[in-house]
Ligand binder design. Sequence first.
Ligand code: GUN
Ligand code: ZN
Length: 495
Amino acid sequence: MRDHFEIRDADAAGRIGSLSVPRAGVTVETPALLPVINPNVITIEPRRLESEFGAEILITNSYIIRNTEDVKEQALDVGLHELLGFNGAIMTDSGSFQLAEYGDINVTTEEIIEFQRSIGSDIGTPVDIPTPPDVARGQAEDELAVTKQALRDAEAMDVGEMLINAPVQGSTYPDLREEAGGFAAATDLDVFPVGAVVPLMNSYRYAEMVDAVAAAKRGLAVDCPVHLFGAGHPMMLALAVALGCDLFDSAAYALYARDGRYLTVDGTEHIDTLEYLPCSCPICSEHSVSELQSVGDTKQEQLLAEHNLHVTFEEIDRIKSAIRQGNLLELVERRARSHPAMWDGYKALLDHTEQLEREDPVSKGTFFYTSSDAARRPEVTRHHERLDRLSVPARVLLTEGGTPSETEYDAVWAVKPPFGPYPKELSDSYPLTAEVPERPDRSAQVAAAAGIKRLVELNPETAFTLAHNGWTPDALDAVPETVTRESLQAVQADR
Ligand code: GUN
Ligand code: ZN
């Protein structure tokens, strides 16, 4: 039981939670965005992150601080909170990312965790190895063994109230990710970052990012707060939250600004290519696009960083609102439309629909069917699973609309693609209150047919008739042969 993380609401595997950070004396609401602060290159002052952007937590790099003599002295002297001017929670990274980049960082987990404690960090990080994607299995295994030892070393330390991250590695091997998640969750460490996903995201490999996170989540316990290391592009946050990630860190807001790039929830645009500003944050309200293009490099970087961070925080609020309203997957679906690689990510998410189903609340806001992918959502799978709870008489008509012929039935059930069959008494119950199009597409019909198939298998003695509105041949093929079919369109034509 992890008593510092409380889940208050959920949708798919996403959740709204509170993370208590005792050393900072604060509680952070999740999903949370941690702006990355490089103490040597501060783009937006931490006190402004708190007052203007609402940041409750930020992340900085203890390795960079330790290697910058004057900053190190100050940090040891007055502590990180005073050094940065930030009253919220401060997480520190260990230099593992530099390790991945430069090969050797010459610091042990004990040394860097002790340093993090001594500068007043609220959440410290051991020296994990961010194994990149696609390495040989042997390398992924060997490096995971080193990461596990780093977690053990961190666990053995006395760090007072400081929380400690337990990074989950394993490269692109789902079984290693799952094992790493299980190992991390069995320690008494506190926060669980999924590591080394930056290379996947930088090359738009969102489907593999989804598989890596889903595997790590299978190993972790539901009540583990999960951080997605290095993820902060607003386009992918909803997808990551739906998988069950709670914390994100964004260096993107500052790094992209340096290159003149303007973030939106649909992707990234170079400021020079824009003719209009599709945003009403304070920066975009107070400046015209031509001002932003011509203010000069330093000022432009500053303004773009602020815009980028506003859009990112706004997306976090939109995600929380979607979780409250029970329409997070509809939001993920909208974001999936912004880039084919994001769409692949959404499809990969739905490959894990049974995993999502285990955490998805049994009742929430109305289900909206707005794309054929929604036929694979966990709510549909769950309806099919629960057909075994219904009692079914000897002769049942399953109908999308009217009654096709004079034959007698013991019961008339409704059929609503993508859910399939259900007794009419359930039509006011979630999820059958779903808003679905009047012209169901092939995927919805095929999913409904899968529901019928399950019902038939559960009730081999029952004689079923299906009255459908002209289903496609492959949907009809998926309906068991023992089911009598009647087309309601033929019935209408006869009248
Ligand atoms: N920042 C981005 N990815 C990683 C990671 O895998 N480990 C650590 N410690 N920091 C990171
Ligand atoms: Zn803006």
